[in-house]
Design a protein around this ligand. Structure first.
Ligand SMILES: Cc1ncc(COP(=O)(O)O)c(C=O)c1O
Length: 418
């Protein structure tokens, strides 16, 4: 795919299969957009960018992936907002405890704004610049907004952000500090989503809503291209992805699918969705074989809290194509997983990311312990200190004097000196 400015991009509709090319900004399939939506099913007409290797020539199996050549737009601001390039961690204690010697943690909590969302924001910023737009509008549970606000600040774009008023405070403050116009909405994320679309339809600007803008899946696919390169140009056997709307999951799946289309890989991993029990529309749908919208979503993992997943159809398709499983975990398991990642791997992630670790722990009896497994950690814990406060509490203060400190350590941590 030639990533040249202004070149048309080829899209395929996930619902009806229509393919078409456009050099402009497109969101939904024009045919599906004309039909009424079923509010009891997942959104229809999501578009997927069609990848073809440059010059139509398949690459040699096992070669390194040149990540930018997989994207539909040139990354002209890569040095201003270098999203991605996050570490793939070999967690020694967790490998030992679980018996999985080839276990890896892909730590996107280390990305610029603290979440994997930067991968999509960087590409949408390019889309806005290429279209001559100076304004990006979006709805977010918090991380996508903060990420787009950061990318906007780095690339000279204005960002208007609709978020549920109940989103973690640090995510809102972070967005404001980057300069975004933040609109805390009295309602759910699903309501903020509809409001942001109504806003762009009336007043213009690029809409970055997850799944609604097809470039969000494209940006997020870079995580899989990186994993492939970091594993020495190999595809893992299983991947666990924390899932709400299903865009990170679909992006991760598409990255591996594109590697196969390119000829670099000859298979894709088994891709597993992990959802919170209180926000499990995709899990319910995968198990029943019928798209299921839930009445309301409630979980400690606020980033996964979605009633009607925007990329639900795409995620279900990838789940079945890759032979992955749909796993749901309780909030209690998520909290235990958050604590374990912190004290056994030195990683402070937000509850959504911890859900992926909880999902792997729960599902691992289905895996060969010799297999290569990647657990995707998508967001930092620093933005949701309230969630961490339910795991630990600050001890009282201690006088600055050795005798008192010795007594303090003995009383609070049972450390006896001498
Ligand atoms: C840190 C983090 N992890 C996971 C997710 C879930 O991603 P998706 O909604 O694409 O399934 C989000 C979404 O906001 C997120 O911010």
């Amino acid at each position: 795919m030639p990533a040249s400015p202004g070149a048309p991009i080829r899209y395929a509709c996930v619902t009806c299969g229509k393919t078409f090319e456009s050099a402009g900004v497109v969101y939904r399939c024009p045919d599906c957009a004309r039909r009424p939506e079923d509010a009891h099913g997942f959104p229809t007409g999501c578009l997927s960018v069609v990848y073809a290797p440059p010059g139509g020539k398949r690459m040699d199996k096992g070669g390194a992936a040149d990540i930018e050549s997989f994207l539909p737009l040139p990354m002209s601001r890569r040095s201003a907002f270098p999203a991605g390039a996050t570490p793939l961690i070999a967690p020694e204690a967790l490998r030992k405890r679980t018996g999985f010697a080839n276990l890896w943690l892909k730590n996107d909590a280390a990305s610029l704004s603290g979440s994997l969302k930067d991968r999509a924001s960087a590409l949408v910023a390019e889309q806005a610049l290429a279209a001559g737009e100076d304004r990006v509008v979006l709805a977010s549970t918090g991380n996508a907004g903060a990420s787009m606000a950061g990318a906007g600040a780095a690339c000279g774009l204005r960002v208007i952000l609709f978020v549920p008023a109940a989103a973690p405070r640090a995510k809102l403050l972070q967005s404001l500090l980057y300069g975004a116009r933040v609109v805390p909405v009295q309602g759910t994320y699903d309501e903020a989503f509809s409001l942001s679309i109504a806003y762009t339809e009336r007043f213009g600007g690029i809409n970055r809503n997850t799944a609604y803008n097809p470039l969000t899946v494209e940006g997020k696919k870079t995580v899989s291209l990186e994993i492939y390169n970091q594993l020495g140009c190999r595809v893992p056997d299983s991947v666990y992805v924390p899932t709400g709307d299903g865009v990170i999951f679909s992006g991760a799946c598409k990255g591996f699918a594109d590697l196969k289309t390119a000829g670099l890989a000859d298979r894709v991993p088994e891709m597993n969705v992990v959802q919170a029990e209180g926000s499990n529309a995709i899990v319910q749908s995968a198990r029943s074989g019928r798209q299921t919208v839930i009445a309301s979503a409630r979980t400690i993992a606020d980033s996964l809290s979605v009633r009607r997943p925007a990329a639900g159809s795409m995620a279900l398709r990838f789940l079945s194509e890759t032979g992955g499983r749909a796993v749901q975990v309780t909030d209690v398991a998520i909290q235990a997983a958050q604590a374990e990642l912190a004290h056994s791997a030195g990683l402070f992630v937000e509850p959504s990311s911890a859900a992926a670790w909880a999902g792997f722990l729960q599902d691992r009896q289905n895996l060969d312990p010799r297999s290569t497994v990647v657990v995707l950690l998508t967001g930092t814990g620093f933005k949701d200190v309230a969630a961490a406060e339910s795991l630990v509490s600050l001890p009282p203060s201690c006088p600055s004097e050795l005798e008192s400190a010795t007594r303090f350590l003995s009383e609070h941590y049972h450390i006896q000196q001498g």
